[in-house]
Design a protein around this ligand. Structure first.
Ligand code: ADP
Length: 302
């Protein structure tokens, strides 16, 4: 049975469907990513999936339990990492974990027995007695992740787990998430970082205006939706050269002062640029961000 199954879910706020006939099925032991611009409906989808809000139409099951009626039961076996840290600032690291354990019905002794491994997992082994305000942003995120694991969940739901973290802290969180996947846990995560999604997710749903507009493995999404090479061109004289780029490439997109040339034959473009001599360029393989921008557009949302 899939850890999460959503079928035709619709959620309306003020007459607008912010989640619109959305279906999703998670594969056990895999990481599924939800990508979408701001306001696309990712957080609302997570809240529906956890049974925290009720859909206007459609149905779903979380760990076999009907949503939203039996969701509280299912949530006993789910870990949640919310977007904003909701740690208790008056408590130490250890006390935060203990308090959360009690919420899942663990005795103090049971919770205490789990804490050393969780602190170790989160790279907070020496910080058990530190108070929350003394922790760095990365440490707080890792504590929130450790806290979400106190009930040894089968499914972990993460809403933008690395937003606001520096590269070092992001890498530490990724290591932790990979270990969870290795342990056989199922992950559902939202992120704005395409490299994060590409690194962690087996499968990705791209959501826009409440609908899933593409879903596949990162590699398959790239192969299906985008040319394999990108040449980013910028510098003095771009306007004069742009017509040449457009003739040479399958698809070109101008964003600000940069022309993105999507092509199967990058040498034709870079040779022409070398002959032109003045423009600067960056040749790179196409990535998930290119797919995301192609499917959802380059306009700012919200
Ligand atoms: P995302 O997580 O993709 O940024 P959200 O699911 O948070 O998107 O929001 C989707 C849309 O639903 C947004 O336009 C947001 O303003 C609206 N929305 C979310 N929650 C509520 C609510 N409780 N009441 C009214 N509108 C809401």
């Amino acid at each position: 049975m899939p850890p999460l199954m959503l079928k035709g879910l619709t959620k309306r706020y003020g007459g607008t469907a912010v989640v619109d006939d959305l279906s999703l099925e998670l594969v056990p032991g895999r990481c599924h990513g939800l990508l979408g611009p701001n306001g696309a409906g990712k957080t609302t989808t997570l809240r529906l999936a956890l049974g925290l809000i009720e859909a206007d139409a459609g149905e779903g099951r979380l760990l076999g339990h009907r949503l939203p009626r039996e969701a509280a039961q299912a949530r006993q076996r789910v870990g949640v990492v919310p977007q904003a840290d909701s740690l208790d600032p008056d408590f130490s690291v250890r006390e935060n974990l203990l308090a959360y354990g009690r919420y899942f019905g663990l005795s103090r002794r049971e919770a205490e027995a789990r804490i050393p491994a969780l602190l170790d997992f989160a790279g907070l082994a020496g910080k058990a007695d530190a108070r929350v305000p003394t922790l760095s942003g990365g440490m707080k995120r890792r504590l929130t992740l450790a806290r979400a694991l106190i009930n040894d969940p089968e499914l972990v739901v993460l809403d933008e787990p690395t937003t606001g973290l520096d590269p070092q802290a992001r890498h530490l969180v990724w290591q932790g998430l990979r270990r969870l996947i290795q342990q056989g846990k199922t992950l559902l995560l939202t992120t704005h970082f395409m490299d994060e999604a590409e690194r962690l997710c087996d499968r990705i749903s791209i959501i826009d205006r409440g609908r899933i507009i593409a879903e596949d493995s990162p590699r398959a999404l790239i192969a299906r939706h985008i040319e394999p090479h990108v040449v980013e061109v910028f510098g003095e004289g771009l306007a004069d050269w742009a017509g040449c780029g457009r003739r040479l490439c399958r698809r070109c997109e101008q964003a600000g002062e940069t022309l993105f040339c999507y092509t199967e034959d990058p040498e034709a473009v870079t040779d022409a640029l070398d002959r032109q001599g003045q423009l600067r360029y960056l040749h790179r393989p196409a990535n998930l961000e290119d797919v995301f921008l192609k499917l959802t557009g380059r306009d700012l949302r919200e």
